[in-house]
Design a protein around this ligand. Structure first.
Ligand code: GDP
Ligand code: MG
Length: 248
C-alpha cells in the first residue's frame, strides 16, 4: 500500500487503522512530503513504514518514491490510495484480484452509477478530459483521475523509472501506461468525500493544472506519432532488479 501524504495527520489514523483491519497481510508505506503537522509521526504510531522526503516533491514525485521503494523491496504488486479517507480499504482485494488479467487496475467512481457527487463544472471538466483520453488512447476510461489504483510488477518498474511529476499526474500516467502497452482494467469502487484536512489543489491551481494536463496529453500523443530516430539508444530496463514474491 503506497499512501502519498501531505499534512494528513488528522485523517491518517483512521485510514491506517481501517487498512490494517481490512488487509492486515500487506505492508504499508506513507510517503510524507514535507508535512508540517506531524504526519510522519502519526503514520509510524499507526504501524506504517514512512519515507520522509527532505522537501516537497509534489504528489507525482512522492508516488515515484513509493514505486521505487516497492521495487527495491521486491514487492510484486502495490496499491496506491489517498491519506484522506476517500478510498475504502475493503475494496483493495477487488483491485488486487483484477491484477490477474491486467498490469494496471484503476478503481473507478463512475464505472457504475453510484453516489459519488461532483459539482457540475467539475463533472463537465472531467467529461472533456475523458473525451480527450478516448481520442488519444482509443479506449474509454471512466475515471482518469482516480488515485485508487493497483499496479503489477512490470508497471511498478516502469513507474519507478519515470512518473509524471506535476499535479494531475494520474491522468498522464494512465496515458503513458496505455502507450507503453500495459493492460489496463477498471474496477468499480465506492468513493467517499475526503474525511478531513484540506484538498491539495484549490480552484485556481486546479484550472491551471487542468489546462496543463490537456496540453501535455496532446503533445505526448504527437511525440508518440513521430517516427523514432535511427540511432535511438534503448533505455535501461531495470532488469537488475530481481522479482519478488510479496505485495506492498
Ligand atoms: N507526498 C505528497 N502527497 C501529497 C501532496 N499533495 C497531495 N498529496 C496527497 O495525495 C493524496 C491526494 O490528494 P488530495 O488532496 O486528496 O487530492 P484529490 O483527492 O484529487 O482531491 C492525499 O493523500 C494527499 O495527502 C504532495 O505534495 N506530496
Ligand atoms: Mg483525495
Amino acid at each position: 500500500m503506497i499512501i502519498p501524504a501531505l499534512n494528513e495527520a488528522s485523517t491518517l489514523p483512521s485510514v491506517l487503522d481501517s487498512l490494517h483491519a481490512a488487509v492486515p497481510e500487506y505492508a504499508v508505506v506513507v510517503v510524507d512530503d514535507g508535512s508540517t503537522d506531524g504526519t510522519a509521526d502519526v503514520a509510524r504510531a499507526h504501524g506504517s513504514a514512512v519515507l520522509v522526503l527532505p522537501f516537497n516533491l509534489g504528489i507525482g514525485g512522492a508516488l515515484r518514491t513509493g514505486f521505487r521503494y516497492a521495487v527495491q523491496q521486491d514487492f510484486d504488486a502495490a496499491v496506491q490510495l489517498d491519506a484522506d479517507g476517500q478510498h475504502d480499504p475493503t475494496m483493495i482485494p477487488k483491485l488486487i484480484a483484477a491484477l490477474d488479467g491486467a498490469d494496471f487496475v484503476v478503481g473507478s467512481r463512475f464505472a457504475t452509477k453510484n453516489s459519488y457527487e461532483v459539482g457540475l463544472t467539475r463533472r463537465k471538466a472531467m467529461q472533456l478530459l475523458e473525451f480527450s483520453m478516448r481520442v488519444l488512447s482509443g479506449r474509454t476510461f471512466t475515471d482518469t483521475s482516480s488515485g485508487f489504483r493497483a499496479f503489477g510488477r512490470p508497471v511498478l518498474e516502469y513507474f519507478a523509472r519515470s512518473y509524471p511529476s506535476e499535479y494531475m499526474e494520474s491522468v498522464e500516467a494512465l496515458l503513458a501506461a496505455n502507450y507503453a502497452g500495459f493492460r489496463i482494467a477498471e474496477v468499480p469502487v465506492q468513493m467517499h468525500q475526503r474525511a478531513g484536512g484540506t484538498p491539495s489543489a484549490m480552484r485556481f491551481k486546479l484550472i491551471y493544472h487542468y489546462v496543463r494536463v490537456m496540453f501535455t496529453m496532446f503533445t505526448r500523443a504527437s511525440r508518440r506519432r513521430a517516427p523514432a530516430p535511427e540511432n535511438r539508444t534503448v533505455e535501461a530496463t531495470g532488469a537488475e532488479l530481481s522479482e519478488g514474491g510479496q505485495s506492498a
